[in-house]
Design a protein around this ligand. Sequence first.
Ligand code: IMP
Length: 199
Amino acid sequence: MKLVVATNNSHKLEEFKRILEPLGIQILSQKEAGIHIQPEENGLTFAENAWIKAKAIFKATGLPTVADDSGLCVDALGGRPGVYSARYHGEDTPYPEKMQALLDELKDVEDSRRTAQFVCAIACAWDAETKIETLGVCQGKIGYQPLGSGGFGYDPIFMVNGKSYSQLTGEEKDAISHRGLALREFYSKVKDKVEGKKE
Ligand code: IMP
């Protein structure tokens, strides 16, 4: 079967492929499905935004479509940037600048209060009637400087057990990450569907 991933982010697409292709599902990017629209993410929660994207691309393709909406919630900033993570300090601002702005906001915050969560909501329009949703949360801390060279986005400043997401291999990140958690739960729900089991 074919599953469209409603994203233009090649890093996210790679993570979806790594986790879902072993199920025998053919993952298509939005581009491969011939869709070039960018739905407006005007929801107030990760789950709402994920559903906006999945629903719009499903309508355009008629194929089962999955989307994620994710972001970084920093406790000392009342959960910011949260759903606005991609737009923090301007959508087109390079990540080194966004990360520095976040580190500057936290410059007087002591270690014990630098806690943060990466959150990932997955929403899938499986068919016209069926919506599948999962949520993954990874607890960590904001570091003091960008560390490591892998990954994308805010990976270099998000620390889990003394290492940044960027210092992990792809597989190590998948094992603990917000998207890994949400996608594995999604995988098991899809497996039940593919194998014809009830929810
Ligand atoms: P979205 O594409 O609208 O879901 O925006 C997600 C935002 O959160 C972007 O700013 C990403 O850089 C950031 N983000 C989400 N997941 C990750 C991740 O795994 N690592 C680093 N940044 C992430």
